[in-house]
Design a protein around this ligand. Structure first.
Ligand SMILES: O=C[C@H](O)COP(=O)(O)O
Length: 253
């Protein structure tokens, strides 16, 4: 899967232009699955362009309540109503700038599943945490907060985890394929310990300065099933190049 997180960027014209450029690039449908995460205000424009294609779209956040007096918030049902299949949750910008806690992220994941959305749960350590050798303990805390809240014996959720080391986001300094692979393998062992069933179908995406020229080496790693792309997803040519890297790795080189 290749997902483009547009973050807080773009107006309607940009959404139409970008979506059309991706649709016109001649990517093989569903190889990989390509998902766009525009701001809420652009979901309609993206959905109108992409509705009869294999391109998918999702929201960048949701609130766990179904409806009510929560000014400024968006529910899972509202995202479904916009045709979303996915929702990004726990992005480090939400955790750092808006103070989202592990417990809140877990509650949002539960609400997303309840609404029939596939959550893309973002986890990752800061530069200081990596320097202290705390990468694995941070990942364990973030992943287990989510897994503990879901009743994995009774439910078989469809979930995606995106590993996004904070030091690699928007810095141009991607994790090396080996660093990313090590973190992904660790996350997979955490999930296996909770549910082998979920671990088998779990997609693990890497995010953090993915570009056209480094995507193939990252996607080639055993436990990296695709990418969550920020800055480069706003440039159609670069984003398409990343999708082609995923296509070629999926095809075996
Ligand atoms: O969600 C996407 C990530 O924050 C990565 O952003 P970036 O590709 O600009 O580093």
């Amino acid at each position: 899967m290749v997902a483009g997180n547009w973050k807080m960027n773009g107006l309607s014209g940009d959404a139409v232009h970008l979506t059309q450029a991706i649709l016109n690039a001649g990517l093989e449908p569903m190889r990989p699955e390509v998902v766009l995460f525009p701001p809420f205000t652009l979901l309609h424009a993206v959905s109108q362009e992409a509705k009869s294609s294999a391109l998918r779209w999702g929201g960048q956040n949701l609130f766990w309540e179904a409806s009510g007096a929560y000014t400024g918030e968006i529910s899972g049902a509202m995202l479904r109503d916009m045709g979303c299949r996915y929702v990004l949750l726990g992005h480090s910008e939400r955790r750092q700038i808006f103070g989202e806690t592990d417990a809140q992220v877990a509650q949002k994941v539960k609400a997303a599943l309840h609404s029939g959305l596939i959550p893309v749960v973002c986890v990752g350590e800061s530069e200081a945490e990596r320097a202290q050798g705390a990468t694995e303990s941070v990942l364990r805390r973030q992943v287990e907060a989510v897994l503990h809240l879901l009743n994995l014996d009774a439910n078989q959720p469809n979930m995606i985890i995106a590993y996004e080391p904070i030091w690699a986001i928007g810095t141009g300094l991607s994790a090396t394929p080996e660093q990313a692979q090590a973190a992904h393998a660790f996350i997979r062992t955490l999930v296996v310990a909770h549910s082998e069933h979920l671990a088998k179908r779990l997609l693990l995406l890497y995010g953090g300065s993915v570009k056209g020229n480094n995507a193939a080496a990252l996607f080639d790693q055993e436990d990296i099933d695709g990418g969550l792309v920020g800055g480069a997803s706003l440039q159609a040519g670069e984003f398409v190049q990343i999708c082609r890297a995923a296509e070629s790795v999926g095809r075996g080189g």
